[in-house]
Design a protein around this ligand. Structure first.
Ligand SMILES: [Zn+2]
Ligand SMILES: [Zn+2]
Length: 338
């Protein structure tokens, strides 16, 4: 099979290699589309704390089951599936209390073992989610980021009629905005600094503020009649957003930390106590979020149109990563099979 292999910082090659061996408890998936994620960019730049070369990246993908090495399965050969890419120990306190998605030893397909930037991928059969036969394969390939958005909104206190601010208008920020809309938010205000992303979010009819050009605090206070946002979702994950989240949220409001901060930011705990702000962290998704994401996308309850902006063949791997680096595209996919 052909696979895009990470060899070291900014070094990726397409190579011919053997189809992976399907171990006990695993299934072989013939991959249709696989998306590049922010964490793949960290690997590509050689700054991911766990990923080691050589590695086939890719944890956001869809495909068809072509082999299974297990009995009593939730899926069978020929099923269209999306793998939930979480690898967990099953033995730690988080796992034993039903929270495997925050396992003390959490790993991911495509980071801690080979993933989906290849024609075939071996994955744990228990983590496969079946998708409808007539579901768009491109939509199916972005179920993983949609599941992040679904988990985020379900973990928040969002109530119908709430005003929300979403810091960051990339793919996850946009999907969180779409999920907030589905969940009944009143005003959905997004912020970003990249014109291309601001434009794309405006095309979806979201209000977007360029935080380099406008005073974010004044503007949000204005739009919420001096109250502040009921919920602030921080999807940007930079020092500047963390510094301002506590100013944008209302008294007794909530800040939801979705972003993975490279460096621990400064947070104004005086605001947190004076305003009785509730801060909640969210990480990936669980089995239920994944099934919900499939259902919501398939039934068009979450609008994923135009989230995917680029589709490349595997031998254009370098190009895909360059588009991601430019920050201009949204989701970039590789097409592996029809
Ligand atoms: Zn991802
Ligand atoms: Zn565990």
């Amino acid at each position: 099979m052909q696979a895009l292999v990470y060899k070291g910082p900014k070094t990726i090659y397409v190579e011919s290699m053997n189809i992976p061996e399907v171990k006990r408890g695993e299934a072989l998936v013939r991959v249709f589309y696989a998306g590049i994620c922010g964490s793949d960019m960290h690997i590509y730049h050689g700054v991911h704390p766990r990923a080691k070369a050589p590695l086939i990246m890719g944890h956001e993908f869809c495909g068809e089951v072509v082999d299974i090495n297990d009995e009593d399965n939730n899926v069978k050969i020929g099923d269209m599936v999306v793998p939930e890419p979480l690898l967990f120990c099953g033995k730690c306190h988080a796992c034993l209390t039903g929270n495997y998605h925050v396992c003390y030893n959490l790993g991911l397909l495509g980071i801690d073992r080979d993933g989906g930037f290849a024609e075939y991928a071996a994955v744990p059969v228990s983590k496969l989610h079946k998708i409808p036969k007539d579901m768009s394969k491109v939509d199916a390939a972005i179920i993983e980021p949609v599941a992040v958005a679904v988990h985020t909104v379900r973990m928040s206190r969002l109530k119908i009629g709430d005003d929300v601010v979403i810091m960051g208008a990339g793919p996850i920020g946009t999907l969180v905005a779409e999920a907030c809309k589905t969940a009944g938010a009143k005003q959905i205000i997004m912020t970003d600094v990249k014109e291309d992303r601001i434009q794309k979010a405006r095309e979806r009819d979201f209000m977007v503020i360029n935080s380099l050009k406008e005073n974010l605090v004044e503007k949000i206070m204005d739009l919420t009649n001096g109250k502040g946002a009921d919920i602030v979702f921080d999807v940007a994950g930079v020092e500047a957003t963390a510094a301002i989240d506590t100013k944008l949220v209302r008294v007794r409001g909530q800040i939801v930390v979705v972003a993975v901060f490279n460096d621990p930011p400064r947070v104004n705990y005086r605001d947190v106590s004076f305003k009785e702000i509730d801060i909640v962290g969210v990480r990936v998704y669980n089995f239920e979020d994944y099934d919900m994401a499939i259902n919501l996308v398939y039934n068009k309850k979450i609008n994923v149109s135009n989230i995917v902006t680029h589709i490349f063949n595997l031998d254009e791997g370098e190009k895909g990563f360059k588009v991601m680096e430019s920050g201009n595209g949204m989701k970039v996919l590789f097409k592996l099979n029809d």
